[in-house]
Design a protein around this ligand. Structure first.
Ligand SMILES: NC(=O)c1ccc[n+]([C@@H]2O[C@H](COP(=O)([O-])OP(=O)(O)OC[C@H]3O[C@@H](n4cnc5c(N)ncnc54)[C@H](O)[C@@H]3O)[C@@H](O)[C@H]2O)c1
Ligand SMILES: N[C@H](C(=O)O)[C@H](O)COP(=O)(O)O
Length: 361
């Protein structure tokens, strides 16, 4: 199978993004799995390289995306001018050049020069401008790919958490919890678990919105009027979808271990438990796009930027996961192209129906 070419964006110039890139690709073994193309500038890389004397990071500049060097880390100069780099500071340039890196990598992705993308963190407020009005990478990629919908999915070894609503003020969350939104996210989640994670019959848990999943309508009625009917409709299509569960008890009792993924209603409901469980090793994946995009599960970390203190585990894992998902998608597509080859060991492993305890939570 051809080694995937992975585009890497630098994120906010003054955050920990470039340090994570240098740390990750100082391990030359990654080149056995992928060909990295970093969208940034030599000057940015060299600035941070000087703060990390131990880093064994080498690269070659790439001018023509059709001439990627598969034995090296490639760096595309997205800008030539001098830009002030002030680690830990929120500057206009820090956000504006993060967008330049992102736009150049996205163009390369859409033109087919790279097979997947790993994004270093941006500062959401600092990237806002006339040409970038998104609350994060996820809605940006949805628009760039002209996707019908997209699903924010964070995962580590023993848990996958997907979100119905993403970066939304809490006061607006309830209005966005509609049957249509739930069914759309459930469909993307189910499809992604099959195609991107190789799980033929995924089991999905859906959380409630209100405390104690509404306590039978006493503390809010979205569970009865919206979430339960959506689950029923999804089940009618054959999907293994269960809930709604009380979010606190669900995580406290580790019920997520019984499911392939959990659908949370809003950001902190899903991501506080997730980040506590994943402790800096999680990966953020945008499901539902025609290409594979991953990122670390943390932000710009301005407080430690430029100090050589950043832990690159989540970023490195995001690179490996980008490669793995690309390869699994290729296998899935290959398998589904030819109906005679559809029955694989992975499918046979799941053939026996499992009983699911619907009483938890
Ligand atoms: N994928 C992304 O682009 C992404 C993801 C999350 C947050 N953000 C953005 O980042 C900005 C800052 O967010 P925040 O302060 O909530 O979270 P943060 O993750 O940047 O920082 C929270 C704390 O964790 C520490 N930390 C984070 N990553 C670390 C690492 N790799 N190694 C060691 N310590 C690390 C930081 O030093 C800080 O103390 C916000 O604008 C937010 O929107 C972007
Ligand atoms: N919600 C993510 C997190 O908290 O880790 C993060 O902000 C990433 O958002 P985008 O992937 O949309 O940039």
């Amino acid at each position: 199978m051809q080694k995937p070419v992975i585009g890497i964006t630098c994120g906010d110039l003054n955050g920990i993004g470039t340090e994570l890139i240098i740390k990750t690709f100082s391990d030359h073994r990654l080149l056995e799995h992928c060909t990295p193309v970093i969208f940034a500038s030599n000057k940015l890389i060299n600035f941070y390289k000087k703060t990390m004397p131990e880093a064994a990071f080498n690269y070659q500049s790439l001018k023509d995306l059709t001439k990627v060097n598969h034995k090296q880390v490639n760096v595309v100069n997205c800008w030539e001018e001098d830009v002030a780099i002030i680690p830990g500071q929120l500057t206009e340039a820090g956000g504006a050049y993060a967008v330049k890196s992102l736009q150049a990598a996205t163009q390369a992705l859409l033109e087919g020069h790279i097979h997947g993308i790993v994004t270093a963190p941006i500062h959401k407020k600092n990237v806002q401008s006339e040409e970038f009005k998104h609350t994060g990478h996820t809605p940006y990629f949805k628009e760039a790919a002209r996707a019908r919908d997209v699903l924010m999915l964070l995962y580590t070894d023993n848990i996958r958490v997907a979100l119905v609503t993403e970066h939304l003020p809490v006061k607006d969350v309830a209005a966005q919890i509609t049957k249509g939104a739930l069914l759309s996210k459930l469909q993307l989640l189910q499809q992604s678990l099959r195609r991107d994670f190789g799980i033929d019959k995924p089991k999905i848990a859906v959380l409630g919105l209100n405390p104690h999943a509404g306590d039978e309508g006493l503390i809010g009625n979205e569970e009865e009027s919206i979430i339960r009917p959506a689950i029923k409709e999804a089940k009618n299509t054959g999907a293994l979808v269960f809930g709604p569960y009380s979010a606190d008890a669900f995580f406290a009792r580790r019920s997520y271990l019984q499911f392939d993924a959990v659908l949370a209603m809003y950001h902190d409901q899903g991501l506080i438990p997730f980040k506590t469980i994943a402790v800096g090793e999680g990966v953020n994946f945008s499901a539902g796009l025609p290409f594979v995009r991953t990122s670390p599960d943390h932000g710009t970390a301005f407080d430690i930027a430029g100090k050589n203190l950043a832990d690159a585990t989540s970023f490195t894992t995001a690179v490996f996961e980008c490669v793995d998902i690309i390869n699994r998608r290729r296998e899935y597509e290959e398998r589904n192209k030819n109906p005679l080859r559809k029955v694989t060991g992975e499918i046979l492993k799941n053939v026996e129906d499992e009983r699911i305890d619907e009483t938890i939570g």
